[in-house]
Design a protein around this ligand. Structure first.
Ligand code: ZN
Length: 607
């Protein structure tokens, strides 16, 4: 595939970004000069403010933050340049060396500047409240307010130091052991020794026998390490329980919600809405079973490709640009105008080239520059949607940076996909409307739905598993493998209903998922982001043009306030089940559309 991809002419071959706003090349002597000058300025800043932050007035804090913002901006120019250059050719040793150098340099700077946040958090509550209430703080208010949200849960300095020190041989040691164990795990597939990742890929194979054997082999590999994996999960759940208790977090998920800037009640409403709509998943998989022509769908058929002809349309780069800009323009001229700059001023790196990193991303860069987008463009409909997705991120960064500056340009994970997924939906809707072939439309829709399911329902089912695991560990003590298996199967079966038969073999499949251990509670944020956009998209369909300026205002707000307060500006109440239900209804409509198309394309299968 990669071979064919590189040879296919798409018109994107020469679409490469212009980094001259930073430096001319990897050897530009100004890089070293800038690093030295910045170090001196950072030292001067530290000498000026260290030991004084907790007592500064609002106007003084604002002035200091303005300086700090400029320092971060200058550091960000170096790391953006090094990072972007490296991503275009990861095999170029000069790029790798520059990136490494800049990364180490930045971490040194960060350590020198860390005192500012720490000292601000040491300010007593009365003084902090006075500073935060002062209009002189301007755009820096929320940044300072948010910095203090962990304060009620902080322990004494010596306790904090001990926790960090002991985590090296505690939490970090156990997660590293897990990583080593699962990386070393070999899956015996017909005598071939596959890694877990290679074996999991086989679940997407069109041949059912390949999938069945891979699935059984993965189970066997996991079973060979059950004792260790169960023990690691138990230790880490207990470790989290004791730390949460000491810090005073009311539930296992509270610390995660706090870092996502999301109140517990909002997360509860999201989970409740999604779990109450699990039947959407079952409907899609029932349809998939019929299309595949099976009597029953099993756990190893979940990722089976549909036997549906995909569109073979090649979207040339100019066409993609045209489609995206027209779809954006129909939504909002501002969207099209900002996205247009990415094309006109060469803020995009598009071709598939040797050594270039895979996938796609958008770098927000820094306020003194502008965002950049990287894609690996091969001319498929999916690539057009990916381009729209990354440009959506670009628009979000652009608007937020312009309005809020560096401290307000990065939103929490839960709202970070707001413009990207929205932009993708605009183009998806457009491409669907343009595709004349019903079978190709069915393929597009099925892809879209399975992507959304993986992001929404699978993550929420995993959240339910985590909830069960942590709650049980806290109330019942050490858990046996069978007990954890039962929690996994109950929460997975709840989602699939009777649409997929989950065999006993599947009961161990919780044990290799790294998110549960590395970042407990993390998974729901994916569901949050995707469903939020589906619901917002629905609001757009309902309200039409009136929605557009409100949405742009929300995007431009960036990270300048708590997400639920920013979203209240479009009249959204995140604690309201009905809001989340709107997103789920949009998904339900897509499944109905999928069912209709399937009946139209394959009437005999539904006879
Ligand atoms: Zn994204």
């Amino acid at each position: 595939m990669a071979q064919a991809a590189a040879e296919r002419i798409t018109g994107a071959e020469n679409v490469v970004w212009d980094l001259s706003i930073f430096y001319t090349d990897v050897d530009d002597p100004r890089i070293q000069q800038d690093m030295e000058a910045l170090t001196a300025d950072v030292d001067a800043f530290a000498a000026r403010y260290r030991g004084r932050v907790a007592a500064l007035s609002a106007a003084e804090v604002a002035a200091a933050l303005q300086d700090l913002e400029r320092l971060h901006d200058r550091a960000g120019r170096l790391s953006t340049f090094a990072g972007l250059l490296y991503s275009t050719d990861t095999n170029d040793a000069r790029y790798g060396a520059l990136l490494q150098k800049v990364t180490e340099y930045e971490s040194e700077l960060r350590q020198k500047l860390l005192f500012f946040e720490l000292e601000w958090n040491q300010a007593d509550d009365a003084h902090a409240a006075q500073v935060l209430a002062d209009p002189a703080l301007g755009k820096y208010r929320h940044y300072l307010e948010a910095e203090r949200r962990f304060k009620p849960y902080q322990l004494s300095e010596i306790e904090e130091q001990l926790l960090v020190e002991k985590s090296v041989t505690g939490r970090s040691a156990w997660t590293r052991f897990f990583t080593q164990l699962t990386s070393a795990l070999r899956v015996d597939y017909d005598g071939q020794q596959l890694t877990l990742t290679q074996a999991l890929t086989k679940l997407h194979d069109p041949d059912r026998e390949v999938r069945r054997k891979a699935s059984a082999a993965i189970t066997a590999a996991l079973r060979s390490r059950t004792m260790e994996l169960t023990y690691i999960f138990n230790v880490l759940a207990a470790d989290k329980a004791s730390e949460d208790k000491r810090r005073g977090y009311p539930t296992w998920i509270s610390a995660r919600n706090l870092s996502n800037k999301t109140p517990d009640a909002v997360v509860e409403a999201l989970i409740q809405a999604v779990t109450a709509n699990y039947d959407i998943v079952a409907r899609h998989y029932r349809l998939k079973r019929v299309l595949l022509g099976y009597d029953e769908l099993t756990e190893y058929d979940r990722y089976a490709p549909l036997p549906v002809k995909e569109s073979d349309t090649l979207y040339r780069w100019e066409t993609a640009q045209d489609i995206v800009l027209k779809a954006f323009s129909a939504f909002s001229p501002r969207f099209a105008e900002v996205a247009g700059r990415f094309f006109d001023e060469r803020w995009i790196h598009a071709p598939v080239t040797p050594g270039k990193r895979g996938g796609a991303f958008c770098s927000g860069a820094v306020p003194s520059a502008h965002p950049y987008v990287l894609v690996n463009y091969d001319g498929t409909a999916r690539d057009v949607m990916t381009l729209a997705h990354e440009l959506g991120h670009g628009i979000h960064f652009y608007l937020a940076t312009e309005a809020q500056g560096l401290f307000g340009m990065y939103t929490p994970l839960t709202t970070a996909e707001m413009a990207s997924t929205f932009g993708e939906m605009l183009v998806f809707t457009d491409l669907m409307a343009k595709e004349p072939d019903a079978e190709a439309r069915l393929a597009m829709l099925a892809h879209k739905l399975e992507d959304s399911f993986a992001t929404i329902f699978r993550q929420v089912a995993m959240n339910r598993f985590e909830d069960g695991l942590h709650t049980a560990r806290r109330t019942q003590g050490e858990l046996s493998t069978d007990r954890i298996n039962a929690l996994w199967m109950d929460t997975q079966r709840a989602m699939f209903g009777d649409s997929v038969k989950l065999g006993d073999d599947y009961s161990l499949w919780w044990s290799y998922i790294p998110h549960f251990l590395h970042t407990p509670g993390y998974v729901y944020a994916y569901a949050f982001g995707e469903l939020l956009v589906l619901a917002l998209f629905n609001l757009y369909r309902e309200r039409g043009a009136a929605f557009v300026p409100q949405f742009i205002d929300v995007l431009a707000a960036g990270d300048s306030d708590w997400p639920e307060r920013i979203l209240a500006r479009v009249g959204v109440d995140l604690t309201d089940l009905n809001f989340w239900n709107q997103g789920l209804n949009a998904l339900r409509e897509l499944v109905e559309q999928e069912e209709g198309l399937a009946r139209q394309v394959y009437p005999d299968k539904f006879a």
